[in-house]
Structures are given as C-alpha cells and as structure tokens.
Design a binder for this molecule. Structure first.
Ligand code: G4P
Length: 297
C-alpha cells in the first residue's frame, strides 16, 4: 500500500493517454537519467510503446561518470536502439538531437518521400519519469523558453504538442513512474536522484544506502569530501555518523544529528557535489555468466 501511494491517479491517466496517442506518433523518445539508465527506464512505457522505433536520451550526463555513460551508449546501441548522451541545460544540442531522430527514422522518411509526403512532420512522443529533465530537454530542442508550473516530482501537465520546426513535432507527456518496483535497488536509485518523493522513505535509510553504494563504487569521492578512509568497510550508519560528525552536526550529548546529516548528504549527491557519479553500470557479459551459473545450481 505504501507503494501505491506514490502512484497517483494522474499517472494512471497519463498511461491511458499514451496508449491512445501511441498510434499517432512515429517514434518514442524516452529520456533516461544517465546516472541510472535502467532504473529510470519505465517498463510500463516500454510495454505501451512496443512496436514503435525507440530512441533513448541519457540525460543529465554532465552529472554521470563519462566512462560509464560511454558503456551505456554502447549497450543501448548494441540492442538496436538510437541513443545519445545529453546535458539538456547546455545550449546547442538541438541539432544533434534532431540529427539522431532523423537518422533513426530514415527508412520512414524515405517511404514518405517515395509517397510524396514531403511536408509531413515527424511526430515524436517524449516520455520519461518525473524530474528526469523532460521539460528542460524539450525547451532546449525546440529552442523554447517556457516556465514550468513547478519542479516537484509528479507535477501534472496536460497533453502538449511542441513544434521544433516544420519537420518535427514533439508530444510532451507528464512524467510517470510505475506501480511496483521489481527490486529494491531500482526504488533506491529513483529515490537517490529525486524521481520519487522524499516522503516515501525516511531520510536516514536513504542516506545510509547511498553512502554504502558510493563507498563501494567511488570510495575516493567519500575520502576526498569527508576524509573518510577509503578502506572503511563501512556500514551505512557508521558512514552517516562519520560524515555528520565531520560536518559538526551534533546534538546534546555529542551525538550526531543523523537526520540533518542524511538530508545534507542526499542533497549534496543530487547537486553533484561529489563529482560525476554513475550509480548503475550496464550488465557485463561476465555478470551474465554469473547469473547463468546461479541458475544452474
Ligand atoms: P521534468 O520535466 O522531467 O520533470 O524535469 P525538468 O525539466 O523540470 O528538470 C528537473 C530538474 O533537472 C531541474 O532542476 C532541471 O534544471 C534539471 N535538469 C534537467 N536536465 C538536466 C541536465 O541535463 N543536467 C543537469 N545537471 N540538470 C538537468 P531543478 O533543480 O528542479 O531546477 P533548476 O535548477 O533548473 O532551477
């Protein structure tokens, strides 16, 4: 039931709208968070849009580990999808994005040319989870200046076609999640990056899991920012206390104010104060072999 609370009615409505609109578009462009590409890939959207050409934008790539992003690009391309990395806050990416869409849809455009439908615009449905940067991306590509009503995850916005130029129309859709995460890691990744509302999980648990993940993946980042030795095989709680103490977040009796420390740490991660970090790596062939072996046991 806790899970259902964060799947509000407007998300169900959006899924229905997508089911209806999918027939009217030429392709689907799903915006992913470059730091967590698979966790931010919405399986409900994949289901609804199956059968249409797919493009993936690894957005917020300025916050992600460049080497890991390169691996993700190869991963999606090897699966036959178009994929680009993007920093939507940076200007001048409109041409690259348009180029990608046109390349991906070249066969379709060829067919249209042959049928004399030269003027018909390509229609692209732009989808993604809340807060992934969909508005920023569309504004950038369409060179549109527009204020959004609010930037809290799950802000409702109506259906909207945005014309990039005579040849390209984008359908903006509200950000949606899906009702149930298959594994805990997915839910955590979405909480770390701010895609699910903070109220879903208590701040301390969130920060502990984040610290454990960072300690395993990027021990140097932890050491550089909080002088916590890289070899501290820390449990999340110990790391949280150590960071809080370093910051002087103490309450009476010299105890660490762990809640304050937790909020600060998650905030720092979201603001990229720890450097460019990727929380998820593409599945490797070796990992697959491990899974296969486990299956056999
Ligand atoms: P949404 O429509 O998918 O809900 O997302 P939106 O564009 O509102 O973007 C959510 C937040 O992510 C915004 O930050 C936005 O600036 C930021 N963002 C979007 N794309 C990128 C990107 O490629 N790189 C980085 N670093 N940030 C990106 P905010 O803090 O909510 O607002 P503000 O800082 O823009 O005021």
């Amino acid at each position: 039931s806790r899970q259902i609370q964060w799947f509000p009615g407007h998300m169900t409505k959006t899924l229905r709208l997508m089911e209806k609109e999918i027939r009217n578009v030429d392709c689907v462009l799903q915006i992913l968070d470059a730091r967590i590409p698979l966790s931010s890939l919405n399986p409900e959207i994949e289901r609804i849009t199956a059968g249409k050409p797919h493009l993936y934008v690894l957005n917020k790539s300025d916050l992600a580990d460049p080497e890991i992003t390169r691996q993700w690009l190869a991963y999606f391309k090897s699966a036959g999808a178009g994929c680009i990395a993007m920093d939507s806050k940076q200007r001048g990416r409109a041409t690259a994005t348009k180029g990608l869409i046109e390349k991906e849809l070249s066969a379709l455009m060829e067919r249209r040319r042959n049928r004399g439908m030269v003027g018909a615009a390509i229609r692209v449905m732009v989808v993604g989870i809340p807060n992934v940067g969909k508005s920023t991306f569309i504004n950038q590509v369409a060179k549109r200046k527009s204020a959004k009503a609010g930037n809290r995850p799950g802000v409702t916005r109506g259906r909207q076609w945005v014309s990039v130029d005579a040849g390209l129309d984008l359908l903006d859709t509200p950000g949606i999640l899906w009702p149930k995460f298959e594994d805990e890691a997915t839910g955590l990744h979405l909480a770390f990056t701010g895609a699910v509302k903070d109220e879903v999980m208590d701040a301390e648990t969130l920060a502990c899991r984040l610290l454990e993940l960072l300690a395993a993946r990027y021990p140097n980042a932890l050491e550089q920012r909080y002088q916590i030795p890289a070899d501290l095989s820390g449990q999340g709680w110990e790391l949280l206390e150590a960071c809080g103490r370093k910051r002087g977040f103490l309450i009476s009796g010299g105890e660490v104010d762990t809640e304050r420390a937790a909020k600060m740490l998650v905030g720092e991660f979201r603001a990229s104060k720890w450097g460019r970090l990727s929380l998820e790596r593409p599945p490797q062939r070796d990992d697959m072999a491990d899974f296969a072996e486990e299956d056999e046991e």
